[in-house]
Write a protein that binds this ligand. Structure first.
Ligand code: AMP
Length: 396
């Protein structure tokens, strides 16, 4: 296979993750992160062959970080000329984008129209796109959306039981996220099951710092746990997931705080962090729980119980289940959470293979259920490779 290097950019509100990936082989030539943008501690970290170089980029914004990255790339002999496309992760595509798209001026106008749907993420994504287009004006740039995969959801799955006008005039509906991961995992799971993807019925649990679950039939999204924003659904690292919507009003009144502070509680102080009181990191919580830290034990119980309920509910749109797949940092590494969840889902016919479950950590993929029972799989996700492949598809 011939080399096809793609620069993959993922702009967060104050960070930029990047990689240069060969979309044919999946090999990463370079990867890294610009973090703490807009602050005096801003820095660009570039890793090549495991070797890390840190560049101070005081007060840098996304454009400055991208320009520094471009200078680093240009300083590596012959590398710049080998890059044939740029792929951008874009969090929200609203209802406009059902698939990845080549970025044109018109696409940029449309992205501006959906900015209000993801005010923390999409403006940063757009800044990255504009800076990268300036830096690489002759290369094709592709936008790959977290939401696009879920545009196949039927109305009964994406409409909230709110006044319908709020959907029509203000876009209040469920969109779903982590779509790039679900697309990758669905294809991989079909291969592991030895079935054509078109015949598969999967529930996929993407459990990272942000966590979601999706029902995927024949490679298409039928329903998912995240909604209008990436907070709905299961327990996250610092976000609460689904709660009674009237808690917002109660907290405003009871604590005499404004909606911004309530937002802060529900997005940054809840989830595993709020429950455990010590960390949003599942590893830290597991370690504390093992030492009888009761709030950490409760955090893991609530996490697993809510996750198991969500998984079971997502079998409804499928009507059957070929496999439950775990992915994301927690899904790929926490044999404890997986065991707790599967214990509660035995009625789905999944029987845990404990030895296989302990083996599937740190990048090991495989079946963690017993032969003859409904399959449970662990598959490491690779969103960067998906973005690179989508971008490479537009090299005409
Ligand atoms: P992600 O957002 O996909 O990078 O996932 C981050 C989450 O994965 C954090 O909560 C980590 O604590 C969790 N994680 C990573 N490694 C492990 C591990 N060995 N055991 C439990 N959780 C882990």
């Amino acid at each position: 296979m011939s080399e096809s290097l793609v620069l993959v950019l993922n702009c967060g509100s104050s960070s930029l993750k990047f990689a240069i990936i060969d979309s044919s082989s999946g090999d990463q030539v370079l990867q890294g992160l610009a973090e703490r943008l807009f602050s005096n501690e801003a820095q660009l970290i570039v890793k090549i062959d495991g070797e890390k170089t840190v560049y101070k980029i005081n007060q840098a914004d996304h454009a400055v970080a991208i320009n520094k990255l471009v200078a680093v790339i240009r300083g590596i002999e012959g590398l710049s000329a080998r890059i044939s496309a740029v792929g951008h992760r874009v969090v929200h595509g609203g209802e406009f984008f059902r698939a990845s798209t080549l970025i044109t001026d018109q696409v940029i106008d449309t992205l501006r129209q959906v900015e209000h749907l993801a005010p923390l993420h999409n403006p940063a994504n757009l800044l990255g796109i504009l800076a990268a287009r300036d830096a690489f004006p002759t290369l094709p740039h592709t936008a790959v959306f977290d939401t696009a995969f879920h545009q196949s959801m039927p109305a009964k799955a994406y409409i909230y039981p709110l006044p319908y006008e709020l959907y029509i005039h203000h876009g209040v509906r469920r969109y779903g996220f982590h779509g790039t991961s679900y697309r990758y995992i669905s294809t991989q799971a079909a291969q592991m099951l030895g079935k054509p993807e078109a015949d598969t019925a999967l529930v996929i649990a993407h459990l990272g710092n942000g966590a979601s679950v999706a029902a995927v039939e024949g490679g298409k999204g039928l329903d998912t746990s995240m909604g209008m924003t990436p907070n709905e659904g299961v327990v996250h690292g610092t976000r609460c997931g689904s709660i009674d919507p009237s808690i917002h009003e109660y907290l405003c009144q009871r604590l005499d705080i404004g909606i911004e502070e309530v937002h802060d509680i529900l997005w940054k102080q809840s989830g595993l962090l709020g429950l455990s009181g010590i960390s949003n990191d599942c590893r830290t919580i597991e370690e504390a729980a093992a030492k009888e830290h009761s709030r950490s034990q409760l955090a893991l119980e609530v996490y697993s119980y809510r996750l198991a309920k969500e998984i079971a509910s997502l079998v409804v749109p499928l009507g059957r289940l070929d496999a439950l797949v775990f992915t994301g940092g927690i899904g790929e590494n926490s044999s404890l959470i997986r065991a707790e969840v599967l214990q509660q889902l035995r009625f789905l016919g999944i029987e845990l293979d404990s030895a296989a479950n302990e083996h599937c950590i740190r990048g090991n993929s495989g079946l963690i259920s017993r032969a003859g029972s409904t399959a449970a799989l662990v598959i490491p996700t690779n969103e960067e490779l998906m973005i690179a492949q989508d971008a490479a598809a537009f090299i005409a």
